[in-house]
Design a protein around this ligand. Structure first.
Ligand code: NI
Length: 198
């Protein structure tokens, strides 16, 4: 089932999410629905708060990124092939390396892409969908996707990481998105839309 993705301006996107326990109801169905929703919107990551659930979980599938980069060898794309995972109650234990810039986008903020600086490498611990505790290291685009999704669990959007000037320049467009002023081809819920389209 495709779930509506909350658009910029929804207070839930600004809220810190809560950990879940192993008896969280219908977790497998939720994971399936989140994958379906993410693929429908052509995303490489989706966090539970984006579908209206304030819980600490996100999914990723970095393989579209791996395909994009096949012409030229790009060390940042390493490890993306088959990078399809569910992260439950994740903790980024450590970030290291140089900060590098990448034009990020977000399914909750359609039509806007901006340069965001983040560190190259990270170590993350989390539970997988079978509730096995994992500890893994990532770098490049895989780390980038994780950092972006992890921020959603903290109530942080990539636009929060832009300079005040940049944010001011984007304010009108962001305000428009929250009112539904965007031409997306996936299902969204707009916090400030006067009339919901049927
Ligand atoms: Ni996002």
């Amino acid at each position: 089932m495709i779930l509506p993705i909350l658009a910029y301006g929804d207070p839930l996107l600004k809220r810190e999410a809560d950990e879940i326990s192993e008896d969280y109801p219908d977790l497998n169905t939720l994971i399936e629905n989140m994958y379906e929703t993410m693929y429908e919107a052509s995303g490489v990551g989706l966090a539970a708060p984006q579908v209206g659930l304030p819980i600490r979980m996100f999914i990723v599938d970095g393989s579209p990124f791996a395909e994009d980069e096949e012409d030229e060898f790009d060390p940042k794309a390493e490890g993306l092939e088959g990078f399809k995972k569910v992260f439950i109650n994740p903790i980024i234990e450590e970030e290291s390396g140089e900060e590098w810039s990448f034009r990020e986008g977000c399914l909750s903020i359609p039509g806007i892409r901006e340069e965001v600086f983040r560190k190259e490498n990270l170590i993350i611990t989390y539970f997988d969908e079978n509730w096995q505790l994992q500890e893994e290291s990532y770098s490049g685009y895989a780390a980038r996707i994780i950092q972006h999704e992890y921020d959603h669990l903290e109530g942080i959007l990539f636009t929060d990481k832009l300079s005040p000037l940049k944010r001011r320049l984007l304010a009108k467009k962001l305000n428009g998105i929250s009112k539904g002023d965007t031409d997306i081809d996936y299902r969204m819920k707009f916090p400030a839309r006067k009339k919901q389209r049927s």
